[in-house]
Design a protein around this ligand. Sequence first.
Ligand code: ADP
Length: 339
Amino acid sequence: MDDFSVMDSNAPASERAAEAALRPKMLDEFVGQEVVRNQLSLVLQAAIARGTTPDHVLLSGPPGLGKTTLAMIIAAEVQGALRLTSGPAIQHAGDLAAVLSSLQEGDVLFIDEIHRLARPAEEMLYLAMEDFRVDVMVGKGPGATSIPLPLPPFTVVAATTRAGLLPAPLRDRFGFTGHLEFYSAAELAQVVTRSAGLLEAELTKDAAMELASRSRGTPRIANRLLRRVQDWAQIRGTGILDLEAARAALSVFEVDELGLDRLDRSVLELVCTRFGGGPVGLTTLAVSVGEEPETIESVAEPFLVREGLLVRTPRGRMATRAAYEHLGLHVPDGTLFDS
Ligand code: ADP
């Protein structure tokens, strides 16, 4: 399995390589997420002091907030080898058995998108996480027998964009669950400043703030926009990543003042116009935008909700007054959420 296979399966290889180059390697370099960083640091230090492998770790939160990066950091901090896989990559229990039976003592097994693991694999994982054992089926049909294979102590680090989707028995197998939050603009300014240093680009302070405030609270987006600003500065600007370059590049790539991209705006516009402000169901919305419901729910929605542009109600998604105002649409009469 190649090392990039789980990072963002839709991203082109060049994008994934660029991302890998900007990843912080140790916990100290990891910007923000104070709470999770403190908790994790304690869990890791205690395990190191005891000379044991750390408890299994579950990381949840929207894409691009640093879950894969933290898994790599955990492996580096405990000096274990990192093995990468993902829920969708494991089609059958046998795929997981193959991964598990090749683990060495102290390895860190990263499972991205664990909520998409097939049920039989999930059951095999319970046993492996709890008893460090995997039952390997030998033979076929009525003569098949299962042979228990002991596993060396290892740590599972799992990531999910939807912790609520994990069955309770699986969630209970994790000794520590960290929930990653969207980053503040100040933290993202720190992220892009660090990245600019690694890219050997000259980024001004005001440009860093501009990028930070328009990156949807997400380091992956901040870094991606930084590279687009670098492109703009190189081809159309002075080479320096200044405020003018930042604003021009963000406009070329259709990122608005709040940081909403094309998908966010399509979702909002549809709710406001075609569905009269809602409520509209997730599936209907997804079909109208031409995206998977999961993409809407895990990528676009969390940020729109956080920005007070969209609310989730038991009957569906509804646009707020702020959504109409942001899109420059006439605010209709009637009850709208004034969040
Ligand atoms: P996820 O696994 O949650 O989708 P990643 O760990 O792949 O996110 O992070 C995406 C990109 O953002 C990586 O290139 C990484 O360098 C950067 N990144 C994420 N979190 C941080 C952070 N706290 N500090 C610096 N860079 C970060």
